[in-house]
Design a protein around this ligand. Structure first.
Ligand SMILES: N[C@@H](CCC(=O)N[C@@H](CS)C(=O)NCC(=O)O)C(=O)O
Length: 225
């Protein structure tokens, strides 16, 4: 059994592999990265992940970065956990890669525009007046597509939960947490409610709650707004 340590920060996409690891049920440690103190760009952290991002997974001390790679590695290493439906060939395999890549390369950057518009324009008022609405517009198109997909079953792949659902759970929580209007997307709301009933999601959120308390006690917690 490899020794696993996941570098995380509350509310970030590090929640996605945290949920996956909790679903697998394998022992793992998390280490809090204080983004408000720019720890992700400290020399020590950059040695592990030169991109200065969470999540970063240490596997027996060797770092693996990028949600797509981390989730794919977890699926390969722990096949019995069924993080993805079993595939019968390369085409189905790479459809799953396409799904993960869609969340990583299209959905996530749109989440950033909605939830962290200040990343794009330093002027606070302008970022909320210009960047966030552009993000919401792009997100509406994405969510309309996902809403349609979820009409065939509660989860991304129909009746069975997968790591892609952990991704969607993070995305929805993150954008609705800053006021993204949810009323037009009943299937996604149901998906979120069902996700939050899963013990693995609850354990992942409990881990995050501990880190939020640590950050608050240090004056380093930035609440979503
Ligand atoms: N493509 C990367 C994106 C990672 C990423 O953007 N992480 C954000 C949190 S959601 C981060 O570490 N931000 C810190 C920063 O940019 O300084 C992945 O999917 O793992």
């Amino acid at each position: 059994m490899p020794e696993l340590k996941l570098f995380v920060a509350p509310n970030t996409c590090a929640r996605v592999p945290t949920i996956a690891l909790e679903e697998i049920g394998v022992p793992f440690e998390t280490e809090l990265v204080r983004t408000a103190a720019n720890q992700q760009n400290s020399p020590k952290f950059l040695k592990l992940n030169p991109k200065g991002k969470v999540p970063t997974l240490l596997i027996d001390g060797a770092p693996l970065t990028e949600n797509v790679a981390i989730l794919s590695w977890l699926n390969a290493e722990f096949p019995e956990a069924n993080l993805f439906p079993k595939v019968s060939g390369a085409y189905e395999q790479f459809q799953q890669t396409a799904d993960l890549s869609f969340f990583s390369a299209t959905v996530h950057p749109t989440v950033t525009r909605v939830a962290m518009p200040l990343k794009f324009i330093e002027d606070k008022a302008l970022s909320f007046e210009i960047v966030r609405p552009v993000g919401i517009e792009a997100m509406n198109k994405i969510m309309t597509m996902i809403e349609g997909r979820l009409s065939d079953g509660p989860w991304w792949y129909g009746d069975t939960w997968s790591a892609v659902d952990g991704y969607l759970c993070w995305v929805w929580g993150r954008i609705t947490g800053v006021g993204y209007p949810s009323d037009k997307f009943p299937n996604i709301r149901r998906h979120f409610d069902l996700s939050n009933e899963r013990p693995a999601v609850q354990r992942a959120m409990a881990r995050e709650a501990v880190n939020i308390e640590i950050l608050k006690s240090e004056g380093l917690y930035i609440a979503p707004r």
